[in-house]
Design a protein around this ligand. Structure first.
Ligand SMILES: [Zn+2]
Length: 486
């Protein structure tokens, strides 16, 4: 009997271990392992007692608003420009999920087009390089499709990208239960912490996904064939739904493919739902940047002095969030704040905490690809003259060689450099230790890679490596993407 129990216990433990290994490995306090930093601010209360009793609460949305209202429009389409303008007429914003301009017939959707899509409060999101069915292509390709669109479109627009729309809305394969797990893993590696598909998260607890890892939306069909009455009804349902609390972003979707009648219906929705003072009208990028800091910012210390309290908050870096939207914190009856702004919104007092002035989102983003330039001696950044960050894969030594050079007379300082690893490696990334590049200096760094997976599913195919490097170039906050294919 004892033997049977022991055997059963072993089976049970094995099963639990197996289940655990199928769960995404994320740090529950910071799933995307973003850089965190500490910031102080002081609040003055009416009395010592009020200071002692004071409580702070980080708000789920900017300015303590009730809902975010946004839009997501997929693919490189000419009508996206009209969509942006119509939304702007109602002070509404959204995000355009673009593919690569190198895609067949897509040359007209070049860098200038991408830049257009970031105007009037809108932003650009990632929609893969070539719009494949991600679960049905080899893992090495799926990884490349998810990540490589970031360097391209970020350098086109000089703005970070933090969100992803799965092409064809596909991330699952009935015949291959590991597909969604792997796609989620590659989306995490790629730093894309927001998805326009809420069902990517909602039915995926088994693999460890939840509403705090990825932010998402409540989508309302507003494309060709839309009817105001139907959309209106859906919005009313969402406003009362519990799930909206977890993802409070009402979002018009999916394609700007409207005919004359469709635009009229769309404007009826915008007319009714725009300009609500209790709503936050935002693009998906800012929404995602806000929600991640809402979940993972934490007051870690408070120091009382008379009627004043100095708080220390630990929060994610805006360059990793992909946006520098401030954080809204409510507090009890405060009189004055230093290190932040005291703000009255809809009759309520809020502290608006901007990011520290030296924690910045890149203003310029460049892209130096080994896949286009095989001769590393000639490749310097155009946006940061004199700077080179170039990577090569060396099969014999299983390593990545980084050549970093600064021919300019400006110092490249505050460097944060991360090598994002492809599916052949169980490890997500390697931080490259390089802090500064003095004027007229050169460094050569070899990053030894971990052992490759023995599973062909992951190690087959050409592996794509991308290095993301943030830095200050003189006074400019910059980023350079470097990449290579094995
Ligand atoms: Zn699409």
């Amino acid at each position: 009997m004892k033997k049977i129990i022991t055997a059963l216990a072993i089976v049970a433990v094995t099963l639990i271990c197996q289940a655990a290994s199928d769960m995404l490995k994320v740090n529950s306090k910071n799933p995307f392992e973003m850089r965190m930093y500490e910031q102080k601010f002081t609040v003055e209360y009416p009395s010592k007692e009020a200071a002692e009793a004071a409580r702070l609460k980080i708000q789920p949305l900017l300015d303590g608003k009730k809902f975010a209202f946004s839009a997501r429009w997929d693919d490189c389409r000419l009508l996206n420009v009209k969509m942006r303008d119509i939304m702007a007429k109602y002070a509404c914003k959204g995000t355009f999920y673009l593919n690569s301009k190198t895609r067949k017939y897509a040359a007209r959707f070049d860098a200038n087009y991408a830049k257009e899509m970031t105007k009037k409060g809108c932003s650009v999101g990632a929609h893969s390089m070539s719009h494949p069915k991600l679960p049905n292509i080899p893992r090495s390709e799926a990884f490349y499709e998810i990540l490589a669109i970031r360097p391209e479109r970020e350098s086109d627009t000089d703005k970070p990208i933090n969100s992803f729309a799965f092409p064809w809305g596909m991330f699952k394969d009935k015949k291959d239960p590991t597909a969604q797990f792997d796609i989620a893993e590659y989306t995490i590696r790629s730093g894309l912490h927001h998805t326009t598909y809420p069902w990517f998260i909602s039915k995926s607890k088994k693999i460890g996904l939840n509403n705090k890892i990825f932010s998402s939306v409540r989508p309302v069909n507003a494309q060709k064939g839309l009817k105001f009455e139907k959309a209106d009804k859906k919005l009313q349902v969402y406003m009362k739904s519990r799930f909206t609390k977890a993802q409070p972003c009402l979002t018009l979707a999916t394609h700007a493919n409207h005919g004359a009648k469709d635009w009229i219906e769309l404007e009826k929705i915008l007319e009714k739902y725009s300009k609500n003072p209790e709503w936050w009208y935002c693009n998906q990028t800012d929404y995602a940047a806000y929600r991640y800091q809402f979940h993972y910012s934490k007051i870690i210390n408070k120091h009382l002095s008379g009627n004043k309290v100095t708080y220390t908050i630990r929060r994610p870096h805006p360059a990793d969030l992909g946006g520098d939207v401030p954080l809204t914190i409510s507090t009890t009856s405060s009189k004055k704040v230093s290190g932040a702004i005291l703000k009255k919104v809809n009759g309520k007092n809020f502290i608006e905490l901007a990011h520290k002035s030296d924690k910045r989102v890149p203003e310029k983003i460049d892209y130096i690809s080994n896949m286009k330039n095989s001769n590393s001696t000639e490749v310097f950044s155009k946006k940061f003259p004199g700077v080179k960050l170039f990577i090569n894969y060396n099969q014999a030594s299983n390593s990545i060689k980084l050549t970093a050079e600064n021919k300019s007379d400006k110092k490249v300082s505050g460097i944060y450099s991360k090598l994002i690893l492809p599916p052949a490696y169980a490890k997500r990334d390697e931080i490259v230790k390089i802090k500064t590049l003095e004027p007229k200096s050169k460094k050569s760094i070899t990053v030894k890679l971990p052992a490759r997976s023995s599973d062909k599913k992951y190690s087959d195919g050409k592996q794509y490596f991308a290095l993301i490097t943030d830095f200050n170039y003189g006074k400019t906050a910059g980023r350079i993407w470097s990449d290579t294919m094995q």
